[in-house]
Design a protein around this ligand. Structure first.
Ligand SMILES: *Cc1c(COP(=O)(O)O)cnc(C)c1O
Length: 408
């Protein structure tokens, strides 16, 4: 197919990759490309090849790359006040916390809620984990297939055994139940359970959605048992699925919500937001962070929120997400089972384990996507993306799938 470009990394990429290999721990495997520049929904590699970014730094760059207003907010905050430590308050930190409180209490206006800022998703989950421990009960219920991060606490709640087992012993009293199984959850939650932790959509597990009503049932079950409901919205939150929180349409309010990835559009930040009694559990001395909630990260978060509101990007995520479903379904390709997920958190389900190969071929053709599972291609593009920008990927997809099959 002649309209598909070829992106062949050259000498500049090869040189930097060699230096990477010599200087950086091999935790991520060999880097697939060396990127030097981004603008909007596009990236450029060290040899000048251009790519459409449908991964957005793993659901992080909600406003794409080098967004002028986000840049402006970050650089103006940097030149005003960049870091003072948490011995002190700053205006951007307070304003972003207030915004997150309103997001998390959308379904329970007026409910008390409070924020602890971190620098990443796994740290937001550590803060949440500590809240559950200090609640007085010790047992946690997590979901099969769950991913909550790589620190020891978050790892204890992560289902994938190869991630967990080399690092045992991990914090204990964690039990896993099948994701979406209301009866199993009801049976597991007793008066010893401190909290149940759930991703509204399991992104790392391949964009897996629970059955309808699961979150509402989990809310009911935890409330009855006096346990906390903790929703990990690190990947699904901050507009990714077309609403501020993926849990919002279910009508519930969680006791703890953790956020990170898209929150500051690429600037490192995380947040643990707790409501009601859970918001009062951490006290001076019980938790802390040097960098958490620093003025630059929180100014970036505020800018992201206000640009999403100003530019109608929640509605865009819903509209473009639907375009992806409709256009990819209309391809009627024999390897595509379905397109699942919500908003701009999408998984293309294949009937064969071709996804890793397809993602590599996509990269060679100038499209950045990834394969969280052998049969799942994940699309988490910037929330600013347009239909016209996505069309080349949709039309290339049948060719990529056929090529992957031919070379498998
Ligand atoms: C990415 C992710 C994390 C971990 O976030 P980091 O910033 O990588 O620590 C935790 N939970 C979920 C649901 C995630 O998708």
């Amino acid at each position: 197919m002649s309209e598909i470009q070829e992106t062949t990394p050259g000498a500049a990429s090869a040189q930097l990759t060699e230096r990477y290999t010599n200087a950086i721990m091999n935790t991520f495997g060999p880097p697939k490309r060396v990127f030097v520049r981004g603008e909007g929904v596009y990236l450029w590699d060290a040899d000048g090849n251009k790519y459409l970014d449908l991964l957005a730094g793993i659901a992080v760059n909600s406003l794409g790359h080098a967004h002028p207003q986000l840049l402006g907010a970050i650089s103006s905050q940097l030149s005003t006040l960049s870091h003072v430590s948490n011995f002190f308050a700053t205006p951007t930190q307070v304003a972003l916390a207030e915004k997150l409180v309103s997001v998390v209490t959308e379904n329970s206006p007026g409910l008390d809620a409070k924020v602890f800022f971190t620098n990443s998703g796994t740290e937001a989950n550590e803060a949440a984990f500590k809240i559950t421990r200090i609640s007085g009960r010790k047992k946690l219920i997590a979901m099969e297939g769950a991913f909550h991060g790589r620190t020891l606490g978050a790892l204890a709640l992560t289902f994938n055994a190869p991630y967990r087992e080399p690092f045992e012993p991990l914090p204990g009293y964690v039990e896993f139940v099948p994701f979406g199984d209301v009866d199993a959850l009801a049976a597991a939650v007793d008066e010893d359970v401190a909290a149940v932790v759930i991703e509204p959509i399991q992104g790392e597990n391949g964009v897996v959605e629970p059955v309808d009503g699961f979150l509402a049932a989990a809310r009911e079950i935890t409330s009855q048992a006096g346990a906390l409901l903790w929703l990990d919205e690190v990947q699904t939150g901050m507009g990714r699925t077309g609403t501020w929180l993926a849990s919002e349409p279910s009508g519930i309010t969680a006791d703890i919500i953790t956020l990170a990835k898209g929150l500051a559009g690429g600037f490192p930040i995380g947040a643990c937001v707790a409501t009601g009694k859970a918001a009062q559990l951490l006290a001076p001395g019980s938790h802390g962070s040097t960098f958490g909630g620093n003025p630059v990260a929180t100014a970036a978060g505020l800018a992201v929120v206000s640009i999403i509101e100003r530019d109608g990007l929640l509605a865009n995520a819903t509209k473009i997400g639907q375009y992806l479903v409709d256009s990819i379904t209309a391809l009627n390709h024999p390897f595509i089972v379905e397109v699942r997920g919500r908003g701009l958190l999408r998984g293309i389900v294949l009937n064969e384990p071709l996804a890793v190969k397809v993602a590599d071929l996509a990269l060679d053709s100038g499209f950045v996507v990834n394969a969280p599972r052998p049969n799942i291609l994940r699309l988490v593009p910037p929330l600013i993306i347009t239909q016209a920008q996505l069309e080349p990927f949709v039309s290339a997809l049948p060719f990529l799938l056929d090529q992957a099959k031919a070379s498998s």
